[in-house]
Design a protein around this ligand. Structure first.
Ligand code: 5AD
Ligand code: SF4
Length: 490
């Protein structure tokens, strides 16, 4: 995978890896430890609060795999558990309840989860082990067959039922499942544990109504359900009151949002309204589907300073023929038209993308079109993947699978091309100054790290000693293909 905006201190801060990666198969604990421990916050419905005092009692350990939607679902699941008096354990060994919030977007992610479950084969005794998320939905009760020590299997479309399922386990239930897909509900919690002190996530739309032929998400997350604009705005206001200045709106297809309440807002209307909440200084959103990406989103970014200068717009392939096979609903030309709108904005907006290589039947000529699209789009970063056949997807049955070595070869070529594009573009930024929200520092405290509005991560020096959480001006002094170094402009 081509890395985005990474610098030497990318491990700093609890969210240092990447905003743009909508789905990355990396296992994390619910409260990841950066080099600087960022205090957790619980934000309670109707009031702001620090993490609620946990009574001495049962404890849980929650590990999260996959995308930011999963990360944020885990924050809500942790809130549900805290609301029931559970406290967070330091390690799975110490916990009464061990939960895995899983990803199945690529086979490797699914394998990782099964490996974790395997660890409990002889050790589970007395503990409740649960599987949540995409793999839970995909494998369903099969998980009990493969790992009989598991007691809870629940997909994200059934999270509303979690308190009830956990209550059943607490009162001695042996096996409980939440696997309904046909739902119009969204997952609302009274308490959400916030694992990042600086950036707060708000899910505005769950599920997906597209049917990309390679993708498990419509099957694992169910149909599209938008939250009411009132609920979203109320959450944004609570977060601002709790001290957050940066909000990221989340959805598998965030820009397909449609307010179910009578005001019937479109995505762009919600975006503007969230940006207008007092105290909110930065609003991000991910992931956008090109089909629902309209010019008015670019106009809003141009007009509203609080909207960050970054759009993640996955293309997946540069070949219209492959796009058609992927059921992506747009052509190369239609996609590039949208890139042109973004590039024509008054302020520079960074663009990132997801690309799959080795889709069944992808010819050398198709792949060459993807490479040439990189040259045209000049992305600021990409997330690149080898096609991975997934159960319950229509591409699973396509002929002409590309051999694994060939996929690897194409991936390497793609990443090399993109690296050169990033290096050339980044070098032009030397000498520019950016506002950075500081989210990490080197242990020696001589170096700080943070993100610009366009989501570039800059590693910088400063004479100041306490910058965490501050917005500061940083001048870029050096650029690499994935990283920037700079100095604090004081
Ligand atoms: N194989 C490889 N990559 C995939 N993605 C989704 N499904 C697959 C798959 N079966 C990639 C897409 C998507 C990103 C989150 O993951 O690029 O945008
Ligand atoms: Fe998957 Fe396509 Fe839906 Fe994105 S839009 S979640 S790639 S089906």
């Amino acid at each position: 995978m081509a890395k985005t905006f990474d610098v030497g201190i990318e491990s700093l801060g609890s969210n240092g890896a990447s905003q743009a990666a909508a789905h990355q198969a990396v296992g994390r604990q619910a409260a990841p430890g950066g080099l600087l421990p960022l205090p957790l916050r619980g934000v309670r419905d109707g009031q702001s609060a620090v993490t609620p005092a946990a009574p001495a009692g049962k404890s849980f350990f929650l590990e999260t795999f996959g995308c930011q939607m999963n990360d944020h679902d885990s924050e809500k699941v942790a809130g549900v558990l805290q609301g029931r008096g559970y406290h967070s354990a330091e390690s799975p060994a110490q916990a009464d309840l061990v939960l895995y919030n899983t990803c199945s977007i690529r086979e490797k992610a699914a394998q990782k989860v099964f490996a974790r479950l395997g660890d409990w084969k002889t050790l589970a005794d007395g503990k409740i082990i649960g599987v949540l998320g995409c793999l839970a939905q995909q494998e369903g009760e099969e998980i009990f067959e493969r790992a009989p020590w598991v007691s809870l299997v629940c997909g994200s479309a059934s999270y509303r039922k979690l308190p009830e399922l956990i209550a059943q386990l607490e009162s001695g239930g042996r096996r409980v499942t939440g696997l309904d897909l046909d739902t119009d509900e969204t997952f609302e919690t009274e308490i959400t544990r916030r694992d990042n002190l600086l950036r707060a996530y708000i899910t505005i739309i769950e599920g997906c109504d597209y049917a990309c032929s390679y993708c498990v998400v419509p099957h694992t997350r169910g149909p599209e359900r938008s939250r009411s604009s009132e609920a979203v705005l109320a959450e944004a206001r609570r977060l601002a009151d709790a001290g957050y200045s940066e909000i990221q709106l989340l959805g598998q297809t965030v820009n397909s949002y449609r307010d179910p309440s009578p005001r019937g807002w479109k995505f762009v209307e919600l975006l503007r309204a969230v940006a207008a909440v007092a105290g909110i200084r930065r609003v991000r959103f991910t992931t956008s589907h090109p089909n629902d990406f309209h010019r008015e989103i670019v106009e809003a970014i141009d007009e509203v300073p609080e909207l960050c200068d970054h759009v993640h717009l996955p293309v997946q392939s540069g070949s219209t023929r492959v796009l058609r096979e992927m059921l992506r609903t747009y052509t190369r030309e239609e996609y590039l038209q949208k890139i042109e709108w973004i590039r024509a904005a008054r302020r520079p907006i960074s663009i990132t993308s997801d690309i799959i290589v080795g889709f069944p039947g992808e010819t050398e000529a198709d792949f060459a079109e993807t490479l040439s699209l990189l040259d045209t789009a000049k992305y600021d970063a990409i997330f690149s993947f080898k096609y991975s056949p997934r159960p319950n997807t229509s591409a699973m049955h396509l002929p002409d699978a590309i051999p694994e070595e060939e996929k690897s070869r194409r991936l390497a070529i793609l990443n090399e091309r993109q690296r050169a594009i990033q290096l050339a573009a980044n070098e032009k930024l030397v000498g520019q100054s950016y506002e950075v929200l500081v989210d990490g520092c080197h242990p020696a405290r001589t170096q700080w790290g943070g993100r610009t509005s366009c989501n570039r991560l800059i590693n910088f020096t400063s004479p100041h000693v306490n910058l965490l959480g501050e917005y500061v001006q940083v001048k870029v002094t050096r650029a690499g293909p994935n990283s920037f170094a700079g100095e604090h402009v004081t």
